[in-house]
Design a protein around this ligand. Structure first.
Ligand SMILES: NC(=O)c1ccc[n+]([C@@H]2O[C@H](COP(=O)([O-])OP(=O)(O)OC[C@H]3O[C@@H](n4cnc5c(N)ncnc54)[C@H](O)[C@@H]3O)[C@@H](O)[C@H]2O)c1
Length: 319
């Protein structure tokens, strides 16, 4: 069962599981996910994880052996404005899923956590033992989520894994959110709209391609871990600032527009005001994942941006 499986990362996990011969089912309320992200005929239960009775019906019918929990509200600013809304989905929704996983004797529960919000401002890639210090309600709910996983492992013997993603990017990312800078820039640039870089743009992030993240989730679901509960960083450790990213996306968008035969001018990104609370630098070290299961990122930033720009161009222009 992939919760949030019609979303950006979840749908790539679905693809990766199918490619390995598995038969995933998806639970998603389609609040930000899209049915079109899924292969035709894919079992999709349009269910809100906040509705435990409805979720239980899916567990009762499908009796999933593994759960990959991607469903979440993922807006940091919304979590700041409405902490209880965030907690409803990201804590209570998670707890419903965990309780049912325990009740239906699921073999393993994998959870989408976030390296970005747990470690805060760090100028060197940090490992999993770096102290967590979440400051937004979204970060607090992810950290609480990890602690609940640990509790279910210790108290009920449920095998759990928390995957702490860096900044994930690639095809199918939602350009309407606030976090997916690659998706937002791609869509605006392909439409010839003005893009805005927050502040001076010297914000260092660790960008990891979505298929690499999906592969890490499949390893976490299928391979044995030495501990009943573990946490893994999923990132590249490579620093990239927003100015560099925007410049690459501008030239890729211009190329895609040219290939589509259209004549759209891509305005050079402008600098706007800095966004309050944005971290200056965030990088994570994924050596633990590499040592245990041999995972390393396979898609470079350049190749990933190229793949993302091509996908957004196809989505925008068709063909
Ligand atoms: N994208 C990133 O860079 C990133 C970084 C760190 C962590 N994460 C985490 O990864 C997971 C997937 O994120 P994403 O980037 O694919 O975002 P997304 O919005 O594309 O995916 C989330 C999915 O969950 C579904 N969903 C939301 N609320 C739901 C509810 N109440 N019931 C059922 N389904 C619900 C949405 O419809 C969507 O399909 C999230 O848990 C997110 O917090 C993402």
């Amino acid at each position: 069962m992939v919760t949030g499986g019609a979303g950006f990362i979840g749908s790539h996990i679905v693809d990766a599981l199918i490619a390995k011969g598995h038969t995933p089912i998806v639970v998603d309320d389609l609040s930000s996910g899209r049915k079109e992200n899924l292969p035709a005929g894919m079992p999709l239960y349009v269910v809100d994880i906040c509705n435990k009775a409805a979720l239980q019906e899916v567990f009762e019918k499908e009796k999933p052996d593994l759960v990959c929990h991607q469903a979440a509200q993922m807006s940091v600013s919304l979590s700041v404005k409405q902490p209880s809304f965030d907690a409803q989905i990201n804590i209570l929704g998670l707890l419903h899923t965990l309780e049912l996983a325990q009740e239906y004797q699921v073999q393993k529960f994998v959870f989408a956590s976030s390296g970005g919000v747990l470690y805060g401002n760090v100028t060197q890639p940090v490992a999993e033992d770096y102290p967590a210090n979440p400051i937004s309600p979204y970060g607090i709910s992810k950290w609480a989520g990890e602690r609940y996983l640990q509790f279910f492992s210790q108290e009920h013997g449920l095998k759990t894994v928390a995957m702490r993603y860096a900044n994930v990017f690639g095809p199918r990312q939602n350009p309407h959110g606030e976090a997916g800078v690659v998706a937002i820039f791609c869509q605006r640039m392909l439409r010839g709209e003005q893009t805005k870089i927050n502040g001076d743009g010297k914000y260092i992030r660790d960008y990891v391609y979505v298929e690499d993240v999906a592969r890490a989730n499949v390893l976490a679901l299928l391979e044995d871990a030495p501990q009943i509960h573990s946490a893994f960083n999923v990132g590249t450790g490579r620093p990239t600032d927003v100015n560099e990213l925007a410049a690459q996306l501008q030239s890729l968008s211009e190329k895609a527009i040219q290939e589509s035969g259209r004549s759209i001018n891509v305005p050079t990104p402008e600098h706007g005001p800095a966004r309050a609370g944005d971290l200056r630098s965030n990088l994570i070290d994924a050596s633990r994942l590499q040592k245990l299961w041999g995972w390393s990122p396979q898609v470079t930033l350049e190749d990933g941006l190229d793949l993302a720009a091509k996908w957004f161009a196809k989505d925008e222009f068709g063909g």
